[in-house]
Design a protein around this ligand. Structure first.
Ligand code: NDP
Ligand code: PMR
Length: 405
């Protein structure tokens, strides 16, 4: 069963005659939603589900308040009592928020007081402990179990999230694994090679299912963000360090990424011999192609912003946990002093938080990067990572593998 827990504030709830749920928080608010003491349970949102579909929420901590009394814009509600327009807290799901970039982003967003962060993590206790150690305020986040290595778990996560009755304003597909020293492939619960299974296929299913929820949100800017990387782009020096990313003709993906080697079916997208580092880079190419395919299929119709990014080289994160000790020792100074591509976890968290919430980053279909002064710019993807025909094929094959087609 999917686990969830939220540190909920002391609050009061009131129901208006038009059936809208309006609330006032007495302390650091959970998007301003107020909960009587007896309802301080993780399952509060399940009880509130029906009411919450059309709720109007006032948050005392939410930032954007104006004194205008003109008609409410999407994502805004009008407090009848005070005649003020108030932007409610945004709700953002961040996968893999138990460490590294995901945790730093969750913290950066929660600290603004304008976001409630749903930390979608495979290790519930680790995530809860990490959030506390990072100093995230009670009530600013909810940990919900999600194991991207299992399609069942992903569907359960979506059910659990919906039962909580929150809107969904932004989804960040951040979690990933990197297995550079693995000699043999490992497989997800559904039998797909682990790196592509978790990093791409798991997020593909999650994003496809939650698109509906993003589309229902009344928030002014709804966004779906999928992490990419420089190492998946062969138009860069970093992307030319062997083994290079390359999806080939997708024969391995078409065959289900389930084999042990080229002669007995392949675990690699291009049908070749297993290579853990290449599998990660290939998965990042899929992430960047998927973002663009989402943009082409859904941006015009839904207005949702689809984006990808390279947050910089965060050489200290758990991503390199399986690498040899010498690599882990030398990689951070190498990136700091030689390539100068190093970025701290904190700084990378601010970058991703920008892509989540900065009003100037609403352009869809963009792969964001940052220059030396930490200013964002639209970066160029490699030929393969921007190939629309490949994106369409990856989309269609992935649909079959996750049971959507
Ligand atoms: P971390 O290893 O620190 O974080 C990865 C997160 O993904 C962890 O929270 C991990 O959970 C989670 N995760 C792994 N497997 C699963 C799974 N099966 N289900 C759910 N969650 C899972 O790495 P980073 O913070 O560095 O990476 C974050 C993102 O940034 C990745 O998408 C990566 O590709 C991207 N990126 C990183 C760069 C870097 O230099 N580090 C550079 C460019 C992009 P747990 O804590 O339980 O292990
Ligand atoms: Mg790279 C020119 C700059 C540059 C940058 C920005 C990165 C980022 N790397 C660069 C250059 C080089 N790297 C060079 C010249 C080398 C050869 C010495 C090199 C090596 C290297 C290794 C062995 N780099 C690596 C590895 C890894 O195992 C990491 C990897 O590929 O993970 C998939 C990695 C990375 N280098 C980066 C970044 C961001 C990574 C981390 C992974 C990622 O893409 O998410």
């Amino acid at each position: 069963m999917a686990l969830q827990a939220s540190s909920l504030p002391t609050t009061t709830l009131s129901l208006h005659k038009e059936g809208k749920l309006s609330a006032r928080a007495k302390d650091s608010a959970f998007w301003g939603v107020s909960i009587p003491d007896q309802n301080k349970s993780p399952f509060y949102f399940a009880k509130a589900k029906k009411l919450s579909t059309a709720f109007a929420v006032k948050s005392q901590t939410a930032a954007t308040t104006t004194t205008t009394t003109t008609g409410a814009a999407p994502g805004e509600s009008k407090s009848a009592a005070e005649g003020k327009k108030v932007l409610r807290k945004g709700v953002v799901i961040v996968t893999g928020a138990s460490s590294g970039l995901g945790l730093a982003t969750a913290k950066a967003l929660a600290e603004t007081g304008r976001w409630h962060v749903v930390m979608a993590c495979r290790d519930f206790l680790k995530a809860e402990t990490a959030a506390r150690a990072a100093g995230m305020a009670r009530g600013s986040y909810t940990v919900v179990h999600l194991d991207l290595a299992s399609l069942d778990s992903i569907r359960q996560f979506v059910d659990s999230f919906r039962r909580m009755g929150m809107p969904l304003d932004v989804l960040v597909c951040n979690a990933a694994i990197y297995r550079p020293t693995a000699r043999q492939p490992t497989f997800t619960a559904d039998g797909y090679e682990m790196s592509v299974g978790v990093n791409h296929l798991g997020h593909f299913l999650l994003a496809r299912l939650l698109l509906e929820d993003l589309n229902k949100s009344d928030y002014p800017s709804r966004r779906l963000i999928i992490l990419g990387s420089i190492t998946g782009n062969t138009n860069t020096l970093a992307g030319n360090v062997p083994p290079k990313a390359g999806l080939g003709d997708l024969r391995g993906l078409a065959a289900g990424l389930s084999g042990q080697g080229a002669s007995v079916g392949s675990a690699m997208i291009d049908g070749g011999q297993f290579d853990g580092a290449k599998a990660y880079k290939d998965s990042k190419v899929c992430n960047m192609l998927t973002m663009q395919e989402f943009h082409r299929r859904y941006h015009e119709e839904t207005g949702i912003t689809f984006a990808s990014l390279y947050p910089g080289c965060i050489a200290t994160t758990g991503l390199f946990r399986e690498h040899i000790p010498l690599f882990r020792l030398l990689f951070p100074p190498f990136q700091k002093f030689v390539t100068k591509g190093f970025v701290s976890e904190e700084e990378s968290g601010k970058r991703l938080a920008q892509v989540v919430s900065d009003p100037s980053l609403t352009k869809s279909g963009v792969y964001w990067s940052w220059n030396k002064d930490s200013a964002s710019f639209e970066n160029q993807l490699s030929k393969e990572a921007s190939d629309p025909e490949k994106a369409r094929k990856v989309w269609e094959l992935s649909e079959k593998l996750v049971g959507l087609a």
